[in-house]
Design a binder for this molecule. Structure first.
Ligand code: SF4
Length: 75
């Protein structure tokens, strides 16, 4: 897994932290980054939002090893 340039998990999972922030992935359990907050927007808007879509596009360009939290991922 560490050697893969892309990870499909980002397209399947939504991780919502206790304060409502939608983390990029469970690896970022401290919520250092987020796609939005469920108290401020709908799940649908966050799921389909520009931040999340932009992140996925960067991953698809094989930039996984340069993007947090994927660059520290041990899964
Ligand atoms: S943090 Fe790891 S499991 Fe999550 S999307 Fe990135 S590579 Fe995949």
């Amino acid at each position: 897994m560490k050697n893969l340039d892309y990870c499909a998990r980002i397209e399947k999972d939504m991780v919502i932290l206790s304060e409502g922030n939608v983390s990029k992935c469970c690896i970022d359990f401290e919520g250092l980054t987020s796609f939005g907050n469920v108290d401020k927007g709908s799940l649908s808007d966050i799921w389909n939002g520009a931040q999340r879509m932009g992140f996925i596009e960067k991953l698809k360009l094989h930039k996984r090893k340069k993007l947090y939290p994927c660059n520290i991922c041990v899964i």
